[in-house]
Structures are given as structure tokens and as C-alpha cells.
Design a binder for this molecule. Structure first.
Ligand code: ADP
Ligand code: MG
Length: 366
């Protein structure tokens, strides 16, 4: 059974030390925090515990240091946290890994363990796995709980009609999630580099666009089982050299590569998304190389129609680091999406039904 922090009585927190594993693994530029959404997402859990008289100890990793590195420090995060909480935050430097000595030292720190770092729950760190079983009381924080609830909803019981919007570059990362979700989906819209392997399987010419040889057989199988649900781009923004681009419909000529869905496709995808204002829509993966302005229109149009579907009443979820960055770039705010899944790799693993050691470690027999 998985218990969350609100399942304990308030009195159980009074005067207790609570260790909260958060994910403050964020980009720090010149010693300052520029994007603080991961910090903000942990605030409800931190304040809930403080209000009940707990002494809160936060733990996070930062980057992937091979050894203790004084330049790679969470100190700027503590500064930002102090500003948001408007209270004192002491900063202590320490290490990671899943070694048993370190795990013991973690579990001697506190009386209660809380995990609020969904994005690390597919990994076995000391602070998400090794140390956890040593705590009698182990709980999920609100952010972790919310991820599990929304992702479980789309995995098991999406409100219909269920529209999947998939893009990005690597088909490999998405196969597990697609195998679980495709049988439940009513429509799958595919854009981004992922689309060209599907288009080739349907007999189109794709020029020099990205092609995934390794997963070509899987793509062909998906098309034969679910072809009637799958919508592929009908036109493309292509380029053969820097600073030149054009639109082609249907086949992509030799020497050209597709970098974005074309206008016609954008209109079709946007009306599919905006038209589903009463079901569920899950979007993962940009429709093109949106970092480059010439190739961003398709992704921006999908982001805006996600917001429209939300306002019309759909349950909308956006997952993936690049997709969330694209959403921000489009001007759509966090409040115009039902749930932003910040889990990255963990989001796709969860949807694929993979083992999640960080979540399992929280569960207790009974
Ligand atoms: P997310 O982080 O949201 O899961 P991915 O990591 O799967 O998304 O994919 C994002 C990347 O895919 C972006 O860097 C984008 O430039 C790239 N991409 C999307 N479409 C294309 C394309 N047609 N050609 C090359 N790269 C693409
Ligand atoms: Mg990515």
C-alpha cells in the first residue's frame, strides 16, 4: 500500500524530523537558478510538513558528479528556496550512490521518509531506494502522488475520446508507453522525427530525414494493428542546407530532410486536438526541431491547440523536457494544462508499466 503525507495524522509530525527526497536537479547558470518550477512543485509538501510542526530535511542530487565537486553545488537552490518559503534554510553539502554505509547514514537523519521526486523513481539511488526500507514510516509527497494519479489515469482509465500526440526524435524511448496506450487511444497523431519511419513504412519517400532502422519492424507492426487510428503528416517543412527551407507535400525529395510538419498538417493536428474538448489528450515530443525558429511553427500550433482543448474541458497532459520547454516557448502557461509531467524518462517508464524502484520502496505489505 502506498501512503501519502496526508494519510498520517497531523500529530504524528509534531517535533519529528522528516527527510524529503526532492528533485532539485535543475540547471544553474553562473551560480543562479533561472528556471525554478521543480523547486516550486515541492513547496506544497514542504509547507504541509512545516505547518504540522515537523523539522524538514530536504535531499536532492544535482547532475551526475563522479566525485565531490565544489562547483557543482545546490547552494543556489537553497537561496531560491529561502526566497520562496520566506524562512531560513540551512544548507549542508553531502554525497550520493546506493552504498549501504551511505544508506544507513541517510536513515539515521530522520524519523519519517517522504519521496517527492517522481523523476528519479525509475532509478536506485541511496536516497530513493537503499535507505528507504530502513524507515518505519515512508510516504509519498504531493508532487509524486499527483504524477502517479494522473499517469495512472491515462494508463488505465483515460476519459474518452483519448488522443495521443507523439513527436520528438527517439522512437525507442516511446515504444513501451505506446504499446500500453495505443490499444486505449482513439487517435494517435505522429509528428517530429518519429514520423518519417512511419511514413517510409507506408511507402513514402523521406529523403535524408531521420530514419530508425532498428525499430522499423515495430513501426510496421504498429501500422498494421492500429493503422486506422494513426494520423501522419501530409506535408513537411524541409531543408537541404542551412538557411533555406521550403514546404513539400507527400514525398520528400532525395537530398532533403524534414524538420517540421507543414501547414496543412498543423491545421489537421490542431483541429483534432482542439476538437477533443471533452476527452483526454497526452502530448509527448515536439513536432519538429522547434529550437530553430523556421522549424517551430508545427510545435507552437500543437501547444496552442492543447491550451484550447484544456479550456474547452479536456484533460490535458504534457510530458517530456523538450515538450515542456516548447510549451513555454509558445506562451501557453502552466495553468492552461491539466498536468505537466516533469518526470522525463520516469514518465515514459511509468506509462510503459516498467518497475519503479523508488515507488516500490515506499510501498508496505498490508
Ligand atoms: P521530450 O523531451 O519532450 O520527450 P524528445 O526528447 O523525444 O522530446 O524530442 C525532442 C527533440 O526532437 C528536440 O530536440 C527536437 O529538435 C527533435 N526533433 C523533433 N523533430 C525533429 C526532426 N524532424 N528532425 C530532427 N530533430 C527533431
Ligand atoms: Mg528530450
Amino acid at each position: 500500500m502506498l501512503r501519502s503525507i496526508s494519510d498520517l495524522d497531523d500529530i504524528q509530525y509534531y517535533g519529528k524530523k522528516v527527510l524529503v527526497r526532492v528533485d532539485f536537479n535543475i540547471t544553474i547558470n553562473n551560480g543562479a537558478v533561472t528556471e525554478d518550477s521543480r523547486i516550486r512543485s515541492a513547496i506544497p509538501t514542504i509547507e504541509y510538513l512545516i505547518k504540522r510542526g515537523a523539522k524538514v530535511i530536504l535531499a536532492s542530487h544535482l547532475g551526475r558528479p563522479k566525485f565531490r565537486d565544489h562547483n557543482n553545488t545546490l547552494a543556489p537552490v537553497a537561496v531560491r528556496l529561502k526566497e520562496i518559503l520566506n524562512r531560513n534554510v540551512d544548507f549542508i553539502n553531502d554525497e550520493q550512490d546506493n552504498d549501504s554505509e551511505f544508506s544507513k547514514s541517510i536513515s539515521s537523519l530522520a524519523d519519517i521518509y517522504v519521496n517527492d521526486a517522481f523523476s528519479t523513481s525509475h532509478r536506485k539511488h541511496a536516497s530513493t531506494y537503499g535507505a528507504v526500507k530502513n524507515f518505519e514510516i515512508r510516504l509519498s509527497g504531493f508532487s509524486l502522488k499527483k504524477e502517479i494519479e494522473y499517469l495512472s489515469m491515462i494508463r488505465y482509465n483515460p476519459k474518452k475520446p483519448f488522443t495521443l500526440v507523439i513527436g520528438g526524435s527517439k522512437i525507442k524511448d516511446k515504444i513501451g508507453a505506446l504499446e500500453n496506450l495505443l490499444p486505449k487511444a482513439d487517435k494517435l497523431l505522429i509528428g517530429g522525427a518519429a514520423a518519417y519511419t512511419f511514413l517510409k513504412a507506408k511507402g513514402f519517400k523521406i529523403g535524408n530525414s531521420l530514419f530508425d532502422e532498428e525499430h522499423y519492424d515495430w513501426v510496421k507492426k504498429a501500422l498494421s494493428s492500429y493503422g486506422d487510428k494513426i494520423l501522419l503528416p501530409v506535408d513537411h517543412i524541409v531543408s537541404s542546407e542551412e538557411n533555406s527551407f521550403s514546404t513539400v507535400t507527400g514525398d520528400i525529395p532525395d537530398g532533403m530532410s524534414g524538420f517540421d510538419i507543414g501547414n496543412e498538417t498543423s491545421m489537421i493536428f490542431s483541429s483534432e486536438i482542439g476538437g477533443n474538448g471533452f476527452g483526454t489528450i497526452f502530448w509527448n515530443g515536439p513536432m519538429g526541431m522547434f529550437e530553430v525558429s523556421q522549424f517551430s511553427a508545427g510545435t507552437m500550433s500543437v501547444a496552442k491547440s492543447m491550451a484550447l482543448a484544456f479550456w474547452r474541458g479536456a484533460m490535458t497532459l504534457v510530458g517530456g523536457g523538450d515538450s515542456i520547454a516548447a510549451l513555454k516557448k509558445s506562451g501557453v502557461s502552466e495553468n492552461e494544462v491539466t498536468h505537466l509531467s516533469t518526470g522525463g524518462g520516469a514518465t515514459l517508464r511509468f506509462l510503459a508499466g516498467d518497475k519503479m524502484p523508488g515507488i516500490e520502496a515506499l510501498e508496505r505489505a498490508n
